[in-house]
Design a protein around this ligand. Structure first.
Ligand code: PHE
Ligand code: NA
Length: 447
């Protein structure tokens, strides 16, 4: 196939897997997933989430890569041109556009939490958690949130790191580093799961995570699970589509998607298993919200041998995972600005960074000065989060799967997926009906 863009291609499947995993594994797994479980009441959410990942997330991941690999451009141009080539309306380009907007909105609050991780790295290094009990840990976090200046500082540092990496074009180096750092993060999480087993809260945590109380399953919980499946796999923003445009023809999409999805899911479940034993052993509130990991894990680091080193490592690795995801969020925004304005790459990165940073300030004020500023009953932070996860991502992802399943030429899709007769029928049923209908049902039932 003729390559029309200037950027190179991933020479190996490994490089691609690292980039895609770098985008997928992040705060969504370790910070967001556990607190959403707690707010949704436990196992019913977890099981619906796993279903959404398998039946909706995985096929949409494949669809985005497939579209990207064919279009060979940024998501907006790719969708527009591919649609025309296949005799459809250029209005499909809109999907690329809402994707970029979603990435911008997400990065604004994602960077705020990345800042929390940075700040806690500092606390861990200086032995700040040593000997702390749950009250001390809780008070420290409440004090941190109340201090807008400090949240702003760390948000600024995190955003500057993200902009720096994108501007200097060293994201590839970071991805190579993740070959070592990602597994280390996994190992640390399992050490924390081990700590959880010693707390006396482990049995209760297992039941909470895997033994469903179906009465907890409301329409809103299902929508939250669906939205989080998109968030955690970086879907519905054109990000995976953009990655697909770098993808060599020889890469097996289904197998690669399975690898990425499994890694993402294992890290998320491990985070849940690390955090909930601490919640129950200390009588903390599972529904504490976005602060959940920051009021639980420091208790572990404050009380195990080697806690200073483990805590430092953990927050460094968490920051790193957040950074690789943040970079993938900033890229599409930068590309759009670069393409539609006379700005250079560096200028576009700077402008996109500043705009995101500014919106992030509104998000961080939700935790203090603007805590009673609400729009449709949500503070700005929650509004940014819910607007993207519950609406924009699923709708954009729905567009991508509909396009891949209904608009692309069947024979070429089949060849691309390398499936036999039976496998392709299964793919067709899932991609044409199960995934889109699933998304639609969740939406309609919530109206
Ligand atoms: N998937 C990332 C995470 O789980 C977050 C993210 C969302 C990254 C959307 C890119 C796009 O942390
Ligand atoms: Na994720």
């Amino acid at each position: 196939m003729q390559k029309t863009h200037t950027h190179g291609q991933w020479t190996s499947r490994m490089g691609f897997v690292l980039a895609a995993t770098g985008s997928a594994v992040g705060l969504g797994n370790i910070w967001k997933f556990p607190y959403m479980i707690g707010q949704s009441g436990g196992a019913a959410f977890v099981l619906v989430y796993l279903l959404c990942i398998a039946l909706i997330g995985l096929p949409i991941l494949v669809a985005e890569w497939m579209i990207g690999r064919r279009g060979q451009k940024n998501p907006i141009s790719t969708m527009g041109e591919l649609a025309k080539k296949n005799g459809r309306s250029g209005a499909w380009a809109l999907i690329g556009f809402t994707g970029v907007l979603g990435a911008f909105l997400i990065l604004s609050f994602y960077s705020v939490i990345g800042g929390w991780a940075l700040s806690y790295t500092g606390d861990a290094i200086t032995g700040g958690f040593t000997g702390m009990d749950k009250d001390a840990v809780g008070n420290a976090f409440t004090g941190f949130l109340a201090n807008a200046g400090s949240l702003l500082t760390w948000h600024t540092v995190f955003m500057a790191l993200t902009v720096g990496v994108v501007a200097m074009g060293v994201a590839g180096g970071l991805e190579r580093a993740s070959k070592l750092l990602m597994p280390s993060l996994g190992v640390l999480l399992f050490i924390l799961v081990g700590y959880g087993m010693t707390t006396g809260g482990f049995g209760q945590a297992m039941a909470y995570l895997f033994n469903p109380d179906w009465s907890k399953l409301t329409g809103d919980v299902v929508l939250a699970a669906l939205g989080h499946a998109f968030f955690t796999l970086s879907l519905g923003m054109g990000i995976m589509m953009a990655y697909g445009s770098y993808l060599g023809e020889d890469v097996d999409l289904l197998r690669t998607a399975r690898t990425v999805v499994i890694m993402d899911t294992v890290i998320a479940i491990a985070a849940g298993l690390a955090i909930f034993p601490i919640v129950f052993a200390n009588g903390l509130d599972p529904a504490a919200g976005p602060g959940l990991i920051f009021v639980t894990l420091p208790i572990a680091f404050g009380n195990i041998t080697g806690g200073v080193i483990l805590g430092t490592l953990f927050f460094v690795l968490l920051t790193f995972a957040a950074l690789t995801s943040a970079i993938s969020l900033l890229e599409p925004v930068v590309e759009l600005v670069e393409e539609r304005t006379p700005l250079s790459r560096a200028g576009a990165t700077f402008v996109a960074g500043i705009a995101t940073w500014a919106l992030g300030i509104a998000a961080l004020l939700s935790f203090n000065h603007w805590s009673d500023v609400t729009i449709i009953g949500l503070n700005i932070f929650d509004l940014l989060d819910q607007l993207t996860s519950k609406f924009m991502l699923p709708l954009t992802g729905l567009g991508a799967i509909l396009f891949a399943a209904w608009c692309l030429d069947r024979d070429s899709v089949r060849k691309e997926l390398g499936l036999g007769e039976l496998g392709f029928s299964v793919w067709n049923v899932v991609a044409r009906f199960v995934a889109p209908v699933g998304v639609l049902i969740v939406f309609v039932s919530n109206l």
